[in-house]
Ligand binder design. Structure first.
Ligand SMILES: NC(=O)c1ccc[n+]([C@@H]2O[C@H](COP(=O)([O-])OP(=O)(O)OC[C@H]3O[C@@H](n4cnc5c(N)ncnc54)[C@H](OP(=O)(O)O)[C@@H]3O)[C@@H](O)[C@H]2O)c1
Length: 288
């Protein structure tokens, strides 16, 4: 995600915050990669290290790395710098907002698709849209400026006042597709006819509907949730989900922030969540 946005934002305006303990090599760029945009020729992108406090911090790590990544960079960043979280799923955004409630923290929900088919190569794989909204009180006044800044990339960016609801809409889709594709090791569309999916999908959608209602007060019938999941699975039938891809590469998945988040919220809100818990456990058995 980070390399996708850096590929579209104007050269010279983007810098890269390295991992904690990493000492930038003087004069050397932080990142150089080839970027394949959706349209037009491949380009070489060079991103320097972050040396001064930025006007905007985009956090594009996986959900499980987010708190650590922000923690290790925060001392260099002035307090009123907006911080935009790009993670899928839910849970890490709330954790960041609770940890730094005075800072302007925003969340982005994006349907842009990017992947790295080979080291040093980033591909914009699918055109999408991005919604950005405030998570903390002080973020509200930054929203227009952040949307304008991200929009200079040429990607489609909208302001979204109710970002929690938007994040939940995406969570539903991820919760109904990703774990099934990783367990069954198949592309998105192939889950639909599989007996394992068919056995659990109705119970899963019932749980999601009840937890969402109790969590944010949004009423979405179970049948509508199933229709939304299956519409996306059909539209992206040949795609490999990020969770299947993580499983194949032996990397940590984001299950704790998808079905695992719904299971945790269910437990906290007194909702039975056996299907979400079962998918979470199955993924954790596949990958520690
Ligand atoms: N890719 C998509 O199409 C897409 C679409 C929508 C949403 N998202 C969401 O966006 C988030 C990022 O996904 P992604 O596909 O971009 O993942 P990714 O390719 O794994 O990129 C994450 C990057 O974060 C770096 N990182 C991890 N910890 C760090 C730290 N402490 N400091 C600095 N950098 C650190 C990683 O470095 P290393 O490479 O060295 O590990 C990696 O380059 C996920 O939550 C994902 O679900 C992705």
């Amino acid at each position: 995600m980070g390399q996708l946005w850096a590929g579209y934002l104007a050269a010279g305006t983007v810098t890269f915050a390295p991992r904690q303990g990493h000492t930038p090599e003087t004069g050397k760029p932080a990142l150089t990669y080839t970027f394949q945009p959706l349209e037009g020729p491949e380009a070489v992108v060079t991103v320097p290290y972050l040396l001064a406090s930025p006007s905007l911090l985009m956090v594009t790590t996986k959900a499980g790395d987010t708190l650590d990544a922000i923690e290790s960079n925060l001392h260099d960043i002035v307090p009123d710098t907006p911080i935009v979280l790009f993670q899928n799923g839910m849970g890490c955004q709330q954790a960041v907002a609770e940890r730094w409630p005075q800072r302007p923290i925003l969340a982005a929900s994006t349907t842009e698709g990017a992947n790295r088919p080979a080291p040093g190569c980033t591909v914009h794989a699918g055109k999408g849209e991005t919604w950005v909204g405030p998570l903390t009180k002080s973020a509200t006044t930054h929203l227009t400026r952040v949307v304008t800044a991200l929009g200079t990339s040429g990607l489609t960016v909208h302001a979204e006042k109710d970002i929690q609801s938007r994040l939940w809409d995406k969570l539903i889709i991820n919760a109904g597709i990703n774990a099934f594709t990783a367990i069954l090791d198949c592309p998105n569309g192939d889950i639909l006819a599989d007996p394992f999916y068919q056995e659990h999908i109705d119970e899963l959608c019932d749980e999601i509907s009840t937890v969402m209602k109790r969590d944010i007060g949004k009423d979405l019938p179970s049948i509508t949730i199933r229709e939304r999941i299956e519409t996306v699975a059909r539209k992206t039938a040949r795609n490999t989900s990020s969770m299947r891809s993580d499983r194949r590469r032996g990397r940590p998945t984001e299950i704790d922030f998808i079905n695992g988040y719904i299971a945790r919220r269910g437990h906290a809100l007194g909702v039975d969540v056996p299907a979400n818990q079962m998918l979470t456990n199955r993924i954790k058995q596949l990958l520690p």
